[in-house]
Design a protein around this ligand. Structure first.
Ligand SMILES: [Zn+2]
Length: 74
């Protein structure tokens, strides 16, 4: 049996103290260096600069509440 909206699809948001528990998650826009830098800057976690693009894309999730629409990718 499958339950829609199962919590297995809710990835942990990388932003410290994030309150966006139920909003959509976004993967890092690793194809766009400029937007990628904006995200890392906004997240304020310099550690992410040392991640490879693949690691960012596969392991880092951010909920949509932290970004202006222009910075989102779909
Ligand atoms: Zn968040």
């Amino acid at each position: 049996m499958h339950v829609a909206g199962s919590s297995q699809y809710i990835k942990k948001c990388i932003v410290a103290n994030s309150k966006g528990e139920t909003s959509s998650r976004y993967r890092f826009p690793v194809k766009n260096e400029q937007i990628k830098k904006i995200w890392i800057d906004r997240i304020n976690n310099d550690e992410l600069f040392h991640y490879s693009d693949q690691r960012l894309y596969n392991t880092v999730f951010v909920c949509g509440v932290h970004f202006l629409p222009v910075c989102k990718t779909t």
